[in-house]
Design a binder for this molecule. Sequence first.
Ligand SMILES: [Zn+2]
Length: 396
Amino acid sequence: MINLTKEIFGIGEVFFNKTGKPIFMDDNYFKGKFYDYVYHIEKDKRTKSMCIYPDCPNKSIKKSHVIPKKASLKNIAKNGQVYFPKYIRDTANYSFELISIVSASTFPGFCHEHEKLFFGFEQPKGEEDSSISLQNFRIICRDYFAFRIRQKHLIKAYEHYKSEIFSYNNKLIELHNSLTNKNIKLRSVKDEITEDFESQLSVVGDNISEIEKDLHLYKDSYENGNDNVVNYLIKFPYSLPLALAGKSSFEINHSDNNSNNKFIIYLSILPQKTDTILNFTFSKEHTDDVNMILANFIDDFRMLSFIESFIIYGSDYWFVNPDLWQNFPKSKQDKIKTDLLITTYYPTNELEYSIFDDIRKNFIEEHKKNNRFDLNDKLNLEAQKLTYFKKYSKVE
Ligand SMILES: [Zn+2]
């Protein structure tokens, strides 16, 4: 690809800087554009728009909770606040920030009418209400909402860049034409930045199509009462100090017929006063695979490990009790932040360390009390998870 304008006017001269971009497109220009892009995305995520329920013509309310405030977030909050992991683009790392449970997990998603869909199980002790089967529908809606906003601003930024770079080059070509009496026509400008935009747009587009499939599958299942969506409600016997509403990919290899199944499981971890509801949702066609996965974590002890892995390798959309987070040694906080960046593991990968130490200690004690010596190896392994961070710190 020859850039005629740059050939004619020279790089690192009057019109093009050393990187070959128009002279005004320096580092500050690109930084400014990026901050602008992030600012508008964040702003839109807080601004009322149309209800996200498919085909609903109503305006959304400002704050719909994805995780019920009274029924769950309140149970893990301290002074009405919780910590959450936030990915910081500038440092390419996670930071943990405090947020009020009034705002935690909210998005301007549903209108008054559709917000009522979730009313039943959001009441304290409402977990038996059948509306809980819709809990994970909110995860899909939130993801759809977030991706659509990203797509909108990505397109805007792309169009803006294209038009700026085109008009700059076009003016120079016209200048060249007038000086040399030639008639060169510029059709379009492509560079590594337009290519990057195009590849980002294609990724976002693919994500949106995937989410749309689930969105309609869930909506149809709800409206027509069919069983295309499967919900598993599992009660975990402790009130976990963490709430989550997210999804994770899973992959199962079937060596018998050489097939490889990839699928999504949605999970809500909803701490109640004395226990925790785990709400798994997936599409019916993957029932056998999901059963195969969950069969490995069927007792509470193993489920604890699965939950911990899901928090790290599955979804970063969670909120944690401030005391728990602040009392983690720095080595543990750092390890969690770093491991959240890993995208190559599924939650079926067991962590080498413990997140919920107190619950794990209780489980180990219980098993010892019940003389489950057949589980000695397992208990040793679990006990090792508790000492993982002591290797790094002598202060503890
Ligand atoms: Zn609506």
